[in-house]
Design a protein. Structure first.
Length: 86
């Protein structure tokens, strides 16, 4: 379950794990006139209850937000992370 606050229309949620440990979560939210990608990052050695929250990243439309998340997911996969749709 996502820890992001409910706002707008959620398009999708992605969760990256490596060796069973959460690495990052990303959620795309359509606000009608823009699309926002929210992120939580779990740096090594930091308790999972205190993730870093970079962004949010605002895009003109869902296509741009989806491209951003797709590239981030591909990079995380390259680094050995397992990706799940949450």
């Amino acid at each position: 379950m996502s820890t992001f606050p409910p706002t707008g229309h959620e398009l999708f949620d992605r969760h990256a794990r490596k060796d069973g440990r959460s690495v990052a979560m990303m959620r795309a939210v359509d606000h009608g006139n823009s699309c926002v990608v929210e992120a939580e990052v779990y740096p090594p050695g930091v308790p999972a209850s205190r993730p870093s929250r970079p962004g949010p990243y605002t895009f003109a439309d869902t296509r741009e937000a989806t491209a951003f998340v797709t590239e981030a997911v591909e990079a995380l996969m390259y680094l050995g992370c397992d990706i799940q749709a949450a």
